[in-house]
Every structure is written in C-alpha cells, then in structure tokens.
Write a protein that binds this ligand. Structure first.
Ligand code: BGC
Length: 762
C-alpha cells in the first residue's frame, strides 16, 4: 500500500483505534480494524524454526506449538560461515510461516556472545559483530524472500539473561558502536528486516523500549530503518515514553496501556503526530504482510527435514582429530555411548523451542545407513548431575571391547536456557568423569558435544578426537553419523573462542554486575579481540575447525599498496585443496591496525569472510572488497567512524591463531579529529605535529636549559636525552616554572597556544 493511502487511513482512525493498533490483540496477533479493512496479522517465534502456538498461548513454550522443522540454532548456523546455506534455511522457514499464516517470524537473534555464561547464547550467532550481522542478513533475506517478515532481536546490549528484565548494560559509546550496535547495523541496512525487537534491559540506565537514542536517532535517522519496532514480550514499562522513543508495537496485549496513550494525547502530554507516525509504520507492515500472504500454501515436511539435515552438515565443527582417528571405518566395532546418541540435545529451551517433526539420533541414523557393528550404552542420564555406577560400568565395558568409543556428551537443558545464565563453564561432572574413565580403557575415543556455548574440557589431552555438534537441529544425528564415518567432510568453524577456563574470559570480573548494573568494562575487547591482545592460550580459537582434507593459501594480492579513505580495496587470495578429497573452506580476512596514537585497538578484527568448495587438487581465487569501515574505529570526539593514518595489515587466516598470509598497506584517512591545544597539552603531544617542531623547540630552548651539550653539572645529572623524554610528558605551562635561561610568563605561553590553535584549525 502506498504512503498516501496509508496517510489517508491513519487520518480515518479514531484516537482509540490508533492507540489500539499499538499493542497486540493477544499473545501473537495484532488488532484488526474491520470498518476500515485493516486486517489482523500473526507473528510467531523463531528463530531457527516455526513455533506457532494457537490457543492458550504462553511464550515459555509450556503449551505445545504445532509441529514444525527444527533447524540448527544460531550457535550452530553461524559455525557454517555459509551465507547461502543460511539463506536457504531462512527461505524454508519463511515457507513454513506462509503455510501456517504467520506474517512475521521473531528472529534472528544477534546479541553478542560476551560471555560463555549467557543462557541464551545458543540462539545467538557469534562473539564477532561481522559474523553475527552477516549471518542475520542471509537469514533475513531468506525468510523475507518468501513474503514473510522477520524481527531482528534483542536490540540492544542484551548479552545476558541474568536479571534481563531490569538490569542496565553500562556500555561506553565506542564499544556500543563497534561491537553491540554493529551486530545489528549491517543486517538492518542490508537486509531491511520488517521489524526490530527491542530488548528488556536498560542501556546506560534507560530501558531499551524508552531509549530514543537507539530506537530513533541511530536506528531510523542514522541507519535509515523504515520498519516497526516491537517490544520484547512484556518489555514495555512506560508506554507513553516508549512510543515517543520509537517503540511502535507493544506485545503481547496491553492491559490498560492503550488507554494511557489516549489519555496522554487528550491531556496534551503526547503529541498525536507521534502516534500517527507509529500507526503509519504499523499499517505499512500490516498491509505488506497481508499483500504478501499466499493462500492455500502447503509445505513439504519431509523436504524441510532434508534441508535441516543439509544445514547441520556444515554446522558441526571438527575441533580435534589426532592421528586421523576420524573418519571411522565402517564395519569396525564402534561403541556409541551417552544418552545423546539416542536422544540428541539439538535445540535450547524457552521461546525458541520447536515442536520438532522428525528428530534423528546418531544411533538411528547409523542403523538406517546400514552401518554394522555399532552398539550402544546409555552411560549417563542427564536429569541430574549424578554419576550412575551401573550405567557407567556398562558403558566402560562396552568401550573396552570395541575398536572405538564415541561419547555423545554435552549440556543438559537445565544447564542453559532462556531466562537464566550458567554459573560456570563446566559440563556435568558425571559426564566428565565418564569420558576420562572411557579414555583410560579405550584410547580411540571420540567426544561429540551438544551444547549452545563453550564448555571446559578437562579431559582434552586424553581424547584424540572431538566434534562440536552444537545444537544442530532435528537433523543432527544424521549429520553426525555422516561426518563420523566420512560421508561428509566437516567444514564448520567456531564463531566464538573457547577459553581454557571461564576465568580467562574478558567479562569474567564484571559479568553478573552489581545488582541491576552490569558494566561492560572490557570495552571492545570481546572474544578474540581480547585473547589476541593478551596472547592467552585457548582451548580453541575463534575460526578454528578441521577438515578431512587440507588447504593451502597463496598469492595474496591487494589492488593498491596505499589506500585512502573513500576508496575500495580489492583483496584476492588463492586457496588450493591439497588433500585427497573434496572439502569446503571458510576463508577469514582480518585487518590489523598498528599502534594507534589516539585509542587502544585490538590486534586484528574480522572484516570479511567467505566459504568455498574445492575438489581435491582444485584451486580457486577468493575476492574481497573492503571499504573505509574495515580500517575505522569509532571516534567519540567526532561521533563518527575515523580512519587513522598509518600502516595496517591485511591478514588471511583459518582462525584467529592460524594465520596464513599477511600484507602491509599504507592507509590514509580524510577526516580530522578536532584538536584543541591548551596550556595543559604536553609538549610531546604538540611535537607530534611536524609543523610545530621548529616553533616549540625554539620556544623551549629560549627559556629552558634542556638541549644543553651535557658539559655542565646539570648536564651530567641529566643527559639531554633524559631531559627530552621527561619533557615529552610536561604540559606546556611547566615552562613557566622551570624556565632557567629567561623568565617566561603564563601570558606568553597562552600566546603560543593561541598561535598553535590558529594553525591547526585553519
Ligand atoms: C523472548 C523473545 C521472544 C518473545 C516471544 C520473549 O521472552 O525474549 O525472544 O520472541 O518472548 O515469545
């Protein structure tokens, strides 16, 4: 519907109808206005499948939703590093939504994985904003290509479940821009989600729903977003303030807030134009959904299950494979051990929980594939973290009498979920003990992990092979089996770092905060940005993931040796599959900034990535294009991105630690940081401007005995070099106190300062 028609419709709505449009009819539906032909539309969770509840809805998932296909959760889909695949997954979910009359799917979730403890990490993509926003872009484009909207969430700085409804995330501006806003920015600009969901928490003291700076100034005015903002379910606190800030739709139903809007308008506390704008946006969304609705649409459940399986093949990460233990030989005696071999943990708990169609376990998959000699022992139950002597004894005996033991372990539902956080990074102790005991009797042991976030692996040195299966959806068992027995070559890569222990994580000291205040004190040093700088040993670095083949990198080429802000830089690199079987490879491009004059910067940051498929022996050239943002940091002094002049490195890598090729590049920025020299500015800072060297040196040597030849007693006590170094940190005003050659007044220093400012700001 065009803008003029929408405007006309808004003008025909009564004040009460307008207020009514701004909240849900019930848990999942908007309100219709029948007399004006405004339809009701329905939204549903999301993200990695359709969770459509009909009657008696409750968003905690206690009431069953309709059957649908459970695709890999965000933690897993990001590990694919495959945009095309995630786009296809989005399209399949979009089709399910069409068939079920759902107009907008509530996802994807792009909150940054600040700590392994966040209970909802399984739903989120990455610790890196580029990976998160690129995966979200692919997913949104996929869903929306089927005429169904998405709701990118939870905006903003919602990286914990602990006190999620009341806590304030205290984050400095640069960190917000470079990390927490950045995971939304690319997706909002490039994929244009129909809706954005604001989070429950406060940001720097103000509830997300009430935060005009984020919902309007940045999202709409800076990023050009035209869709609606919907509150997270129950995230509305002060409805009138929320509306003014830019939160258009309160979900679920309002229970009295619509009346507050009407009252505020009638009492002149709320400009009706604000309400009109919100209604125009809402109508635009509602009619877009209605116009894109396809009648009598059916979806092919089996075909979607196959798509979930296909996705899972790329979301599983081979973390370790000593002496080529994997792939296993079909026909050898293999013991599948652990509850998750029979009943995999493949999704997380809470609002994203799908009532899955056809869950395949690894055990069933092996049997269906006709793989003989696979036996099973449960080993543990995950209801409680209790070591079960009988189950363990049976498993250990089976492992001992087999050629290989594959232990399907991981985090139980109670360990990680929406609504609360983990308190530690350990797996259940009973499982850790069982793994060690099996390793003692069977050196050929493989551990397959099912978890939404990193775990500590105290047994890692005893276990030659580890597969991180994450929560890879209902097809996980088939994909695991195909990888274990070599029908599929693993190509997943970690979109997050696995620290050796929780205490190494940069947010460790501050994570739970004090009461309702959580300070993000580690700043931009999230994930690998921190581990890199600290040179901390990791269990597995960001980007890590092995393959059954090998890849070599060559011919890193840059389109120029000197780059100026505003230009595009083309980077190409050749990748060759040097092994004996086909495989897929994610190629990572980091940019490293050398020491900055102005701010503290990470050693390197991911600025591009791609995934390619290569036959054995095949070579391909991968091309990237970078713009100014690849070299920028957010400069709060100018409230803008800033490219600092200097030498940078273009780094091609398999992981944050496995660097393959590096090339240096001279970079020139075009913006100026405002500089104000005062009498407190240090002489060293002034001397950074070459144009001032002569003036300052002259000024100082006129008054101070600094650049002496070292012949006299003072010179012996302090060499010219020592003096020069001390002087570096002396404010200009100190010349007054220490002038020896000739008296100088503060007025004269101020005169010099004025002259310098005049030159610098000319
Ligand atoms: C969750 C959202 C979800 C909504 C509706 C909230 O509690 O935080 O992610 O979309 O409920 O179920």
């Amino acid at each position: 519907m065009d803008k003029a028609k929408i405007k006309e419709l808004v003008s025909e709505l009564t004040l009460e109808e307008k207020a009514g449009l701004c909240s849900g009819k019930d848990f999942w539906r908007t309100k219709a206005v029948e007399r004006l032909g405004i339809p009701q539309i329905m939204v549903s969770d999301g993200p990695h499948g359709l969770r459509k509840q009909d009657d008696q809805a409750d968003h905690l998932g206690i009431n069953d939703a309709i059957k649908a296909v459970c695709f890999p959760a965000g933690c897993a889909s990001a590990a694919s590093f495959n945009r095309e695949l995630i786009n296809e997954m989005g399209a399949a979910i979009g089709e399910e939504c069409q068939a079920e009359g759902v107009s907008t799917l509530l996802g994807p979730g792009v909150c940054i994985k600040r700590s392994p403890l966040c209970g909802r990490n399984f739903e989120y993509f990455s610790e890196d904003p580029l990976v998160a926003s690129e995966m979200a872009t692919a997913f949104i484009n996929g869903v929306q290509s089927r005429g169904v909207g998405t709701s990118i969430k939870h905006f903003l700085a919602n990286s914990q479940e602990h006190r999620r409804l009341s806590s304030s995330s205290e984050v400095d501006e640069r960190t917000l821009r470079e990390i927490y806003l950045a995971s939304f920015e690319g997706a909002v600009k490039n994929a244009k989600p129909w809706t954005v969901m604001n989070s429950y928490n406060r940001i720097n003291g103000t509830y997300a729903a009430e935060n005009k700076k984020f919902l309007t100034d940045i999202l709409r005015d800076e990023w050009g977003y035209e869709g609606i903002v919907v509150s997270d379910w129950g995230a509305v606190n002060d409805r009138v303030a929320d509306l003014v800030a830019g939160c258009d739709l309160e979900m679920p139903a309002s229970h009295g807030n619509d009346e507050l809007i009407v009252k505020a308008v009638n009492e002149g506390r709320l400009d009706e134009a604000v309400l009109d704008k919100a209604c125009a946006r809402l109508l635009n969304w509602i009619f877009k959904a209605a116009e894109n609705k396809k009648e009598r649409y059916v979806w092919d459940r089996k075909a979607d299950h196959e798509k979930a399986k296909k996705t899972a093949r790329e979301t599983i990460v081979l973390l370790k494979n000593e002496d080529g233990l994997l792939p296993l030989t079909k026909g050898s005696k293999v013991a599948f051990i652990g509850k998750y071999a029979e009943k995999p943990r493949y999704q997380g708990g809470g609002s994203s929980h799908i009532n899955s169609m056809y869950v395949t376990s690894a055990l069933t998959a092996a049997r269906e594939a006709g793989i003989e000699n696979v036996s099973f022992a449960k080993g543990f139950d995950d209801k409680e973290d209790v070591y079960d002597e009988a189950l363990a004894a049976e498993a250990i005996a089976l492992a001992k009498n087999s050629d290989v033991a594959v232990v399907f372990a991981g985090l139980p539902d109670s360990f990680e979920s929406e609504g609360y956080d983990r308190r530690h990074m350990s797996m259940p102790l009973a499982q850790n003990r069982l793994i060690e005991e099996i390793a003692d009797v069977q050196p050929n042991i493989v551990v397959v992990l099912h978890n939404g976030s990193p775990v500590e692996m105290p047994w890692i040195d005893k276990v030659p092979a580890v597969l991180e299966a994450y929560l890879s959806g209902e097809g996980v068992g088939s994909a695991e089996c195909e990888i274990l027995f070599g029908d599929v070559n693993p190509s997943g890569r970690l979109a997050e770092s696995f620290p050796l222990k929780l205490e190494h994580n940069p947010s460790y000291l501050y994570y739970f905060g004090e009461g309702d205040v959580t300070e993000y004190r580690e700043g931009v040093y999230v994930g690998y940005r921190y581990y890199d700088k600290k040179q901390l040993p990791l269990l597995f670095p960001f980007g890590h993931g092995l393959s059954y083949t090998s890849f070599e990198y060559s011919d890193l080429t840059l389109s120029k040796d000197e780059y100026t802000e505003g230009e595009k830089l083309k980077v190409s690199v050749t990748v060759t599959n040097t092994g004996s079987r086909a495989g897929k490879e994610a190629v990572l491009l980091f940019v490293g900034a050398k020491d900055s004059e102005f701010v503290l910067r990470p050693v390197k940051e991911l600025r591009a990535f791609d995934k390619i498929e290569l036959e054995a022996g095949e070579s391909r050239t991968v091309e990237f294009e970078l713009d100014y943002r690849a070299f920028s940091y957010y400069e709060t002094k100018i409230s803008d991105w800033f490219v600092e002049d200097g030498d940078y490195e273009i780094i091609i890598a398999r992981s944050a630690e496995d660097i393959r090729l590096v090339k240096s590049l001279k970079v020139k920025g075009t913006k100026k940081r405002p500089v104000k020299i005062t009498t407190d500015t240090t002489c060293g800072d002034v001397l950074r401007y070459p144009e001032f060297t002569e003036k300052i040196t002259k000024f100082i040597s006129e008054y101070m005995t600094l650049f002496n030849d070292g012949d006299d007693a003072a010179g012996e006590a302090m060499s010219p070099d020592m003096v020069r170094k001390q002087f570096e940190y002396s404010p200009l005003r100190t010349v007054v106190s220490f002038s020896l050659r000739k008296e100088v007044t503060m007025e004269e220093v101020q005169k010099l300062v004025d002259e310098l400012n005049a030159v610098i700001n000319a």
